[in-house]
Design a protein around this ligand. Structure first.
Ligand code: SF4
Length: 465
């Protein structure tokens, strides 16, 4: 798809609205629909939106084609500003580098601004095992950490919790008076977190964009927690995936305009931080994390997914994500993004199920701000999953689909088969064992009743005129 499909995405929002009302309190439908509508409204208010998308796509495509030289330039500039840059090939190496730095500075407590890479490497858990308390400071992340849960969305981690549930959580875990008023809940979190910022020995952050030309780290946020996490403790460690590079400072305004619109439906975030080295008397480190990205980059067929700017809009617009939520995807990145990215980072043998968590409606491709054609990547990944002889490609399934293809190839075969199917459905209730014994697919499902008046084909032949 080459341009934004307004009518398609709008249709999805409208069509699924009725469903949202029918869902229980745990459904993500109402909240993600609100997000999707907000996002779409601010985007379509821009006349040049298609051109913005194309420019963002072109820049990110250039980055992937020149990643080695851009990274070299970026690192040279950063080191010249006194930032220590470290490379981590995988999660274990990244965690060990961080632990080494934490020990060097005798760190007991750390505060962390939102970072998806830190989720990827399981940083909180790892540091906790080594006696270092790491507190999430993004409000959504703080809530899910307090609840002992995992984020359910990459931009809005506590999307699945209502204000009343959060109020109860604050009462149970923090001993606060119960409230479900949003402003009061925010005030409680703010009061608790302030003390943590003051006493923390180390601050972590992610990176939204690394500017190669100037060696600048760009971070955006709404709550001020990233500003405090990176300025209050004496040491700041930024974690960045290799692909987060953009070539020039002039490219930044485009992404600063696009990311909040797609992520939270805002024209601009409340804060934009540009780090050009450590502040006087402070230490700054950047850990560049590969964790499967170089392998993904080598794969021409799927490397497009590394253009992702983590706006989360494909999730908000995905009918499957809206119903199953983020946890169902099993790892850090849910929704259409996760269905493509996770198999690249963890391997198709590990994540073979994810490309199948998709209705192939194409809403994600039509909305992605960097024009990643997610739907087609998902289709191609399904083929890979079967070819890789994953459980989806076992011999029973292969035989079944070959059989299916044979009978569907001509009208004659199809009609012939349908006679047996009708006979099978009519006689199934009289079998000595019920078809639900066939396993998970048949258990809990009722066989449809064949129509009395014949098939659609017969009806069509008779009523065609
Ligand atoms: S794949 Fe596209 S829509 Fe999805 S999070 Fe990434 S940039 Fe956003």
């Amino acid at each position: 798809m080459t341009s934004i499909n307004r009518s398609g995405a709008e249709f999805l929002v409208k069509e699924t609205k009725g469903l949202s009302e029918a869902n229980g309190p745990k459904s993500l439908m109402p909240t993600s629909l609100r997000s999707a509508e907000g996002n779409l409204n601010v985007c379509w208010a821009i006349q040049d939106w298609s051109r913005w998308r194309q420019s963002a796509h072109d820049i990110k495509e250039y980055v992937l084609a020149n990643l080695d030289t851009l990274l070299e330039q970026f690192v040279t500039k950063l080191e010249a500003k006194g930032v220590t840059v470290l490379w981590a090939s995988d999660a274990a190496e990244a965690n060990n580098l961080i632990l080494g730095l934490a020990r060097k500075y005798n760190v007991k407590t750390a505060v962390k601004g939102k970072s998806m890479v830190s989720e990827e490497i399981g940083l909180n858990h790892f540091l906790e095992q080594h006696g270092i308390k790491t507190l999430e400071t993004d409000l959504g992340e703080y809530i899910v950490q307090l609840a002992g849960q995992r984020p359910t969305h990459i931009v809005t981690p506590a999307l699945h919790l209502s204000a009343s549930e959060i109020g109860q959580l604050f009462t149970d875990k923090l001993g606060e008076r119960y409230t479900a008023v949003h402003e009061e809940l925010t005030a409680i979190a703010r009061k608790k977190l302030r003390q943590e910022f003051i006493h923390a020995d180390l601050g972590f952050s992610g990176v939204n964009f690394g500017i190669a030309e100037t060696g600048t780290l760009a971070l955006i946020e709404n709550e001020g927690n990233i500003g405090l996490s990176t300025s209050s403790p004496k040491v700041h460690i930024a974690l960045m995936g290799l692909e987060k590079i953009i070539p020039r400072l002039d490219d930044l305004p485009l992404f600063l305009n696009m990311l909040p619109r797609m992520g939270t439906g805002q024209k601009l975030t409340s804060y934009v931080h540009l780090f050009n080295g450590a502040a006087p008397g402070r230490e700054m480190y950047l850990i560049l994390v590969d964790n499967g990205r170089i392998n993904a980059l080598k794969n021409q067929e799927f490397r497009e997914i590394l253009q992702c700017i983590r706006c989360g809009l494909c999730m908000n617009n995905c009918p499957v994500y809206r119903h199953v939520g983020g946890w169902a995807y099993g790892w850090v990145y849910p929704g259409p993004l996760g269905s493509v990215l996770v198999p690249q980072l963890l391997g198709i043998k590990t994540a073979w199920k994810l490309p199948f968590a998709c209705s192939l409606c194409g809403a994600c491709s039509s909305i992605c701000p960097v024009k990643i054609d997610l739907a087609h990547l998902i289709v191609r990944l399904r083929k890979k999953a079967v070819q890789a002889k994953t459980p989806a490609g076992n011999w029973i399934e292969t035989l079944t689909w070959k059989n299916y293809a044979f009978w569907m190839q001509t009208g004659f075969r199809f009609r012939f088969l349908m006679r047996f199917v009708k006979f099978g459905i009519r006689t199934a209730p009289f079998l000595p064992w019920h078809p639900d014994k066939l396993g998970a697919w048949t258990c809990g499902r009722t066989l449809p009743k064949p129509p009395k008046e014949g098939s659609f084909r017969q009806w069509w032949a008779a009523n065609r005129r």
